[in-house]
Each structure stands twice: as structure tokens, then as C-alpha cells.
Design a protein around this ligand. Sequence first.
Ligand code: 2HG
Ligand code: ZN
Length: 477
Amino acid sequence: MPRPPSAAALADLQAVVGAAGCLTDAAAVAPFLADHRRLYRGATPLVLLPKNTGEASRLLAICHRELCAVVPHGGNTGYCGGATPDSSGTQIVLALQRMQRIRSIDRMNLSLIAEAGCTLSAVQEAAQQADRLFPLSLGSEGTAQIGGVLSTNAGGTAVLRYGMARDLVFGLEAVLADGRVLSVLKALRKDNTGYDIKSLLIGAEGTLGIITAANLKLFPQPQDAATALAGVDSPAAALALLQRLRDATGDMLTGFELMPRFAVEITALQIAGVANPLALSAAWFVLVELAGPGEDLNLRTRLEATLAAAHEAEVITDATVAMSMTQAEAMWKLRESIPEAQTRRGASLKHDVSVPVSLVPELIQRGGELIARLAPLGDMIAYGHMGDGNLHFNASLKVGAAVAEFRRCAPVLEQAMFDLVESLGGSISAEHGIGQLKAAEFARRADPVEIALMHALKRTLDPRGILNPGKVLLSGP
Ligand code: 2HG
Ligand code: ZN
């Protein structure tokens, strides 16, 4: 069991990184103590900022020897409190933000080695400069760091075509609980040797080791892209549109994002510069993106033809196809600003869930009924990555309604929502992970054998339970 760090242990840790590598001043430490959604507030004696893997390794060796708990910290854009220390004031924060080198890019092999503190945008830009694509894309990509993105196995808006973070990794470098450095950074498309250890660390939210660098998969830059906003009457119609687009465009379909009219309205109202597509008078909107080599037919023509046929068949009510990059960017800005608009509008209850794609309409129907019944002070705002079967099934407090009363509905609504999702064969956490937010529900609902195996792995990789205690697994090793 971890214990409060002694003054001598703190001094040893500070000596490894020097004055430039640690923060103790209250104002400097404050940003590391609250999570992005302001659900949690913790305390720490020290924030450590190692500048390389060697320093991170020495820090972990000390923490292991001294039984100090360590909370790894990236860009702090997570939704589940995974990077926030507890309130005991004994957990050390280890932030990777100074490790932001792109170590190498291999255009021929389509690979790039980035350190954990690189922002996702920095990785995308480095790939782009080499005329390659790193496809993972999130609203918070300017702030999210690659170490956190991999530790949480982040998803985002291009999963449909390219997969989640775990699918985009050749190899990893990580510091283990005792300070040993695991270095499996090879960029091989085929390497069929032994257990897939790197995949265990991805998505483990820093509970099995701390990712310090990764060798990432790149792709050729698409030569052509097309973006459109389509209006549909119902989620079932959106599903029919998805089917048509898949049939007509195969894996050129890179994005399929569903937004209710209400989400579009509040975003156009709250966020400056967001294009208002409300000339389309639909109940639901779908943001569609195609990308690919565009050899025979340009993709915009192909998208227009598919949408025209869908309109003819009364699957969609209307559509706008972006005629320029600026218009396409405006459509994405609308979609990606929804979380920010929700925050500005007031309190919200959020559920990041997934079901088989074919069941999304049923999820929306039944989930909407749950919100109306169990959280009547909220408006349903279910939106997101419909192509992946992943919706952010949220409720936003109605204007002028009582926030405390609304928040009191959260536990009952969450139980009902998770029961519904499970009855549909879905997941209670599609892309945001477990962190501390869902650790109890995960422990309660997961297959007991799976939980036992996770504890066995935790005992092996972190026998003293110093790595991110209380996250993912409710109790220690
Ligand atoms: C998104 O897809 C994020 O925009 C945020 O995952 C989801 O606000 C949310 O619930
Ligand atoms: Zn999302």
C-alpha cells in the first residue's frame, strides 16, 4: 500500500529533476489538481516534470522504493478524472509535458516516434509535413498529449476508418512501476513474437506503467476529401444513410457524426464563428466525411450522387455539401464545439456509451425516455460517433431549472442508462475510459473473471500499487 512521502523522499525526487523539473508553488500546481470537467479536485505535495525517459525512470524507482503513489498527467482533457490525484495530498503528480520531441519519422515505413508530451496536433502536423497522415482526431487535439491519448485508448471522429488509439501503435516505450524501462519501439507490421504487452499498457490509464514514447502508424495523405451536412427525420433514417454511404463508398467513409437539432442550435448560439446550418430544417443532422485517393471520380461528386439518391429515396430531407475547405472546417467546428457549448449552457449529465450500430435508433428512443422520466429538468442531447455505435448520451439542464435537483438525478439516470446499454449488448464506456468516474460501476458490471485477471496483471506489473491508485481498478493490486 502506498504511504505519504517522507521529506527525504520528496528531496530525492526533486534532486532527479532539478528546480526546472518540479512545481510546488500553489498557483503553479493548481492546474494539475482539477480535471477537465471539474468533477474532481485533489491535492499533491509535488508535481514532477521529467525531461526524458531516464529521469522518469529514476523517479519511478524512488517512488517504488518509498511506496509513493504516482498519478501520471498529460494534457488533462480526459472525461473520467483519470489524471487527478486524490484529496489525501500524498500522491505525486508526474506530468510528461516536457517530453515533447518527435524523435523520428520514417516516410517509407509510415511510422513516427513521438514522446508522450507531444500534443496530438503536433503529431498530426509532423506527419503532415512529411506528407503523411496520423489519423486520430479529437476536438481537444490541440491540448491532449499523446501519452494520455494512448493511456486512455482515445477514439474521436475518425475511428470508423482508422480505429482507436490502440490500432494506431506499432510500439511503445514505458517506465514500469519499479523504474525499469520497457522499450518495444519497433515499427513492424508483422512481429508475431510473444504476448502483446504494449496493448496492455494502452488503455490502462497509467495503472500498469507510464508511457513515455510511442511508435505510431501513419497513412498516406488522402488526395481528396468531401464533407457534407445532411438533415434526417430520425436516427433510423441516419442509419439508412450510413448503410447507403458504406455501400457506395466503402472504406472511404471516414466520419459519420450524428447531432440532434437541439445540439446544433445551442452550439450556433453559444460559440462564436460557428456556421449556422439551420437553413436545413431537420430534426437530426449527420456530418459525413469521405477521404481517399479520388482516382476515378472526385469524392465530392460521389458524395453528391449518394446524397441525391438518398434524398430521392426520402432517407434524407436535405443536405449541404462543402464547396471549400473553409466550409468543411466550419461543419467540423460546429460538431466539435458541442461539448464547449454544453459547458457554457450549464450543468450536464454525461454518458459515453456504445451499442452495435444497428441498435443506435433503439438506444436513442429508450435513452430519451429515461431522461424524460428520470431527469426531467434536462434536455436530451445525444450526439456523436454514430458510425462507431458510440453516442455521448447527455442531458443539459433546462434554462432556469434548479441545478442541485438536476444533479441529484444523476445516479439513478446513470444506472438506468447503463442497464439499457448492457441490455443492448453495449459498453458503459465507449471511448472515454474508466478513470475514477466509472471504476465502481466497472467493478460491479464487468465479468468477474476479467476483473480477477486485471488484478493479477496489476499485481505483476505494480505489486506495490503505486501507479495511479483508485483509477480503473477500484481497489489496489
Ligand atoms: C466528443 O466527441 C467528446 O466531442 C466529448 O468525446 C463528449 O461532451 C461529451 O460528452
Ligand atoms: Zn467523442
